[in-house]
Design a protein around this ligand. Structure first.
Ligand SMILES: Cc1cc2nc3c(=O)[nH]c(=O)nc-3n(C[C@H](O)[C@H](O)[C@H](O)COP(=O)(O)OP(=O)(O)OC[C@H]3O[C@@H](n4cnc5c(N)ncnc54)[C@H](O)[C@@H]3O)c2cc1C
Length: 462
């Protein structure tokens, strides 16, 4: 077993304290054979970015990692009728389509919308902050001859670790370094996000108390939705040709007033709520995306999770859920490998085999939507017809499997298949005896670690 060597613990560095990094910190803290530290470049953990949808599959994981208990009903907005979202014609207000939660999804996992800061606060309740280091920007890393990775922080801090977890977001430095051929591209769209008060929003006639996309053509839309407490979200998206330089804004404060004329063709309630938003604090996000990575691991000692592993750009409105699924899969296979005296590279290879195809399917779905939109643009329909047709065709082509995905079952299947393959090729040794035979690992294994192979829904405990 080379990955523990004669060291007492598996040493891990997590880069980034977004949902992916914090989720990892929560899970790794449950594994007594792991020593972890998290490095975050920002000087505080205050959140940017407005509202956030928690989809059923995200709730599933939040229940598992214990964060759900720190989110109370007033923290978020959830439709009492099980409504997921409405799509309306932004010019006329006409309701085009309504999506509801499937009947077999328990009400406690129905999708809901909340301010990002609320999710982060709930996650922080479960994190051991003594291992989180702020104002620590990763600037470089190198592979050491003994299979470890040396990370270099801007302030001169150096840390040698067995595993580097890249949770450094869509503009991941680690991804850029490991996969230099992978590039991010500005996709021509800006998003403006503002949180206003529910008291003010409720005075505007014609704004439904629901998640509503007010659609126009060419990617132009406004999204309105109550959040928890007294918050109400107003998000506007716009397509603009890039200037000479690619925009780099991400959460930049901006005066929404200057953008309002672009929405003159929208119906009165939308124009009014945008005027309300223009009196608040708006942040601008220039959207970038990039192709799929063939692999979400590198060199046997780096794992990519969350936005660092896929530049999907907020598509599906479930990035936090995807990030937490990555965390679940990664921590589970690490535990599995440790229990069986396997090597870290085996764990990462399993992680890759679970997550890479998942992202492959998501990218395929996005390609399908892009083709539909491109075809529509060539048909020369009248604006209202194009809006309605776009919503109809996207809805027909839409897939919702990702919102009800059971990561625990996917992981268990891969582990069971691997166990079965190993059982065929190894002597019939029990897992526990296999660990015993690894000598130097047995003494490090805390006896409270149990080899739980049931899905966590049935009682995962470490
Ligand atoms: C417009 C928009 C709307 C979205 N809506 C939703 C939604 O409704 N629901 C949803 O689930 N998701 C949504 N998402 C996606 C969601 O924001 C992301 O998928 C999610 O934040 C990914 O989490 P992460 O931890 O991977 O990355 P991030 O949240 O980006 O966190 C990365 C962290 O790494 C830190 N970091 C970066 N580089 C370094 C470095 N070199 N050294 C140290 N630290 C570093 C950053 O400061 C940051 O804290 C949306 C995204 C966009 C753009």
């Amino acid at each position: 077993m080379t990955y523990c060597g004669d060291r007492k613990q598996l040493k891990i560095a997590i880069i980034g304290a977004g949902p992916a990094g914090l989720g990892t910190a929560i899970e790794l803290a449950k594994l007594p054979f792991i020593q972890w530290d998290l490095y975050e470049k920002r000087s505080n953990l205050s959140e940017i970015g407005g509202g956030f949808t928690l989809q059923p599959q995200t709730w599933r994981i939040l229940e598992h990692n214990g964060v759900a208990k720190d989110l109370c009903a007033q923290d978020y907005y959830r439709s009492a009728e099980g409504l997921v979202e409405q799509r309306r014609n932004g010019r006329t207000g006409e309701l085009l389509i309504e999506k509801c939660n499937p009947e077999d999804v328990p009400a406690s996992r129905h999708s809901c919308r909340l301010a990002r800061a609320k999710l982060q606060r709930a996650m922080m309740n479960s994190v051991d902050e003594s291992h989180i280091y702020l104002s620590k920007r990763l600037v470089d890393f190198e592979h050491l001859p003994d299979n470890r990775v040396r990370i270099l922080i801007e302030d001169g801090t150096i840390d040698d670790v067995d595993l580097l977890i890249a949770a450094d977001g869509i503009r991941s430095l680690i991804r850029k370094t490991c996969f230099p051929q992978h590039t991010l591209r500005f996709n021509g769209q800006f998003v403006y996000r503002t949180i206003v008060s529910q008291d003010e929003a409720s005075k505007i006639e014609g704004i439904p108390w629901a998640p509503v996309f007010w659609k126009h053509v060419s990617g132009l839309y406004v999204f309105t939705c109550p959040l928890g407490d007294n918050d109400f979200e107003v998000t506007a998206r716009i397509r603009r040709p890039a200037g000479h330089q690619e925009p780099v804004s991400w959460g930049r404060p901006v005066d929404l007033e200057g953008v309002l004329p672009e929405y003159d063709d929208f119906c009165p309630p939308v124009r009014e709520i945008l005027r309300l938003a223009a009196r608040g604090d708006t942040q601008e996000f220039a959207l970038h995306s990039g192709p799929r990575l063939d692999h979400v691991v590198h060199h046997g000692n780096i794992a990519f999770i969350g936005d660092a592993s896929h530049a999907l750009l907020g598509n599906f409105g479930s990035g936090a859920g995807f990030a937490l699924e990555d965390v679940f899969a990664l921590t589970r296979v690490i535990q599995w490998a440790w229990m069986r005296g396997k090597q870290l590279v085996d764990a990462l290879s399993l992680f890759d085999s679970i997550r890479s195809p998942h992202y492959g399917r998501l990218y395929q779905t996005i390609d399908k939507f892009a083709n539909i939109k491109a075809a529509l643009r060539t048909e020369g329909l009248l604006i209202n017809d194009e809006i309605a047709e776009r919503v109809r065709r996207i809805s027909l082509a839409s897939e919702s499997w990702m919102f009800y995905y059971d990561i625990d079952k996917a992981v268990e299947k891969v582990l069971q298949d691997t166990n079965a393959t190993n059982a065929g090729s190894e002597t019939a040794e029990t897992p526990q005896r296999a660990i015993s035979s690894e000598g130097n690992c047995l003494g490090q294994l805390d006896q409270t670690v149990t080899d739980t192979r049931e899905p966590y829904g049935m009682g995962f405990s470490v």
